[in-house]
Design a binder for this molecule. Structure first.
Ligand code: FAD
Length: 463
């Protein structure tokens, strides 16, 4: 691990201590010390910014959040000559963008029939096409900027936890081929060993177009490219308030931070699951949901090959799902919604044991594998589980990726930047209804998450 990356990771996770006693209570008998930190950050070095640099007085665009969405937008706008600042409350990539599973996935969370019934065939087709374009968008940026992040079109595998889930795969594959001209391959149970070294599933479905990458290296490279294009990134600069303020007949915004304020002609909010008080209207439309990941020690090559012979990005068919993959250095990375709440020290502690048990149910071969890392992050779910982009009260935004954000956040950042620059880019997520909570019973504090968690567990039992 590079020294600077380690110090950064340690600073971000002050609770970087061994979890061995807790896990022993949960029946893990052999010696293990789990580091409570994001494994990906140990493999990446974020570009340096200058903390002494003052905020400029005016800019064309102030972007809030230095993750995939904000950095992708800043890169595009800067390349077009706009004066851009990215204001980040913590450090570059601090949010979900460095913490995720690195799965660059096709499709959307909602099923095909649901998409068509909600938005009509033509728009649903454009949405699905956007999910495919978004992967090309990531691949193109990585190539253009020579980002070293282990991008690979390895494909994804969805595995069926029940016979009826598998029975539905053939129907889904046929529907997606017919409606979206996109090919998926159904893998029956007796052939599943060619895809995964687990015998608990009823079959699978493969999409060869999906990809995998190292998210921390990708967000670091994106930040580097953004700075090279001319954007200025201010870390540890939390936006507290955004007020409308016209200047010499130009409409714009006063953006306040603890380091002073800045006037911006346009503001783009890219805060995803960490959307907070500075943008209350958006906060009320987004539910922050925790997701957690463990990684094992580096595995022997033969075992890794047995667990995932084609190195796929894998997830299962439950609502309360597990997602997993091998890392480029051959660790098993295993994630899930072990707790529904956004990450806290105690939810991260608990997740290590819960996820390890889940991993061993899938892969008994990993019973003796040491768990090296555990961490958590926050997903952004809209009430309709759809991505949303556009303008709210004059402020631009893109969010609501619901665990499908590696590709979609990059795509939305780029498309929203083109829109802010005055173009009319293809973006089928603009203009769709953006629902809030039923009866307005939500002020941004998700009091109902334990109920939602319980509901989805029951749903997984019965459906
Ligand atoms: C554990 C986990 C696993 C995931 N796995 C996958 C996966 O495998 N595949 C996939 O496609 N998606 C996955 N996702 C989702 C994906 O990571 C996100 O959708 C994506 O990173 C969102 O990027 P973003 O730039 O919009 O937001 P983020 O990366 O979350 O960045 C938002 C930033 O805004 C900053 N911010 C918030 N408020 C303010 C403020 N007031 N002032 C200044 N800055 C502020 C935050 O500090 C944060 O850094 C996962 C997410 C998590 C948490």
């Amino acid at each position: 691990m590079k020294g600077r990356a380690f110090r950064r990771a340690a600073r971000l996770c002050p609770a970087n201590r061994a979890l061995a006693p807790l896990l022993n209570q949960r029946g893990i008998t052999h010696e293990m010390a789990i580091s409570e930190q994001n494994y990906w950050l140990t493999t990446a070095a974020m570009p340096a910014t200058d903390p002494a640099k003052p905020l400029p007085e005016n800019v064309d665009v102030a972007i809030i959040g230095a993750g995939f969405t904000g950095l992708s937008a800043a890169r595009t706008l800067s390349k077009r000559g706009a004066a851009v600042v990215v204001l980040e409350a913590h450090t570059i990539g601090w949010g979900a963008s460095s913490r995720n599973g690195g799965m660059v996935l096709t499709g959307l969370k909602l099923g095909v029939n649901k998409l068509i019934s909600l938005y009509g065939r033509e728009r649903a087709q454009r949405m699905y096409a956007a999910s495919l374009t978004s992967i090309d968008c990531v691949e193109r940026i990585i190539r253009e900027e020579a980002i070293d992040c282990d991008f690979s079109r390895c494909g994804h595998l969805e595995v069926a936890c029940k016979q009826k889930h598998f029975d539905d795969y053939a129907r889904q594959a046929e529907l997606i081929a017919r409606e979206f001209d996109h090919q998926l391959r159904v893998v029956p149970r007796d052939e599943l060993h060619t895809e995964i070294g687990s015998s608990i599933y009823y079959g699978g479905m493969v999409d060869e177009v999906s990809a995998g990458l190292n998210p921390a290296r990708y967000v670091a490279g994106l930040a580097q490219a953004t700075m090279k294009a001319g954007a200025r990134i201010f870390e540890n600069t939390c936006v507290s308030k955004i007020d409308h303020e016209s200047r010499q007949a130009a409409s714009g915004w006063r953006v306040s931070t603890p380091h002073g304020s800045i006037w911006a002609r346009n503001v783009f909010v890219a805060t995803s699951g960490y959307t907070g008080k500075a943008t209350p209207a958006l906060r009320r439309k987004i539910i922050p949901i925790g997701s957690y990941i463990i990684t094992t020690e580096v595995l022997p090559a033969a075992l890794a090959q047995q667990l995932s012979p084609r190195n796929r990005m894998i997830y299962d068919s439950k609502n309360y799902l597990y997602y997993y993959r091998l890392t480029p250095d051959r660790r098993m990375l295993f994630g899930g919604r072990a707790a529904f709440f956004p990450e806290t020290r105690s939810s991260i502690h608990r997740s290590a044991g819960i996820l390890r048990r889940g991993m061993i149910e899938v892969y008994p071969q990993l019973r003796d594998a040491k768990i090296d890392y555990v961490w958590g992050g926050t997903l952004d779910f809209a009430f309709d589980i759809m991505p949303h982009a556009g303008q709210l009260d004059g402020i631009y935004y893109a969010l609501g990726y619901a665990g499908h954000g590696v590709a979609m956040a990059t795509y939305q950042g780029q498309r929203m930047a083109e829109m802010i620059a005055g173009d009319n880019p293809e973006n089928p997520f603009i203009g769709i209804p953006f629902p809030g909570a039923p009866l307005g019973l939500y002020n941004g504090r998700p009091w109902f998450l334990p109920l939602a968690g319980a509901y989805y567990k029951v749903l997984d039992w019965v459906s």
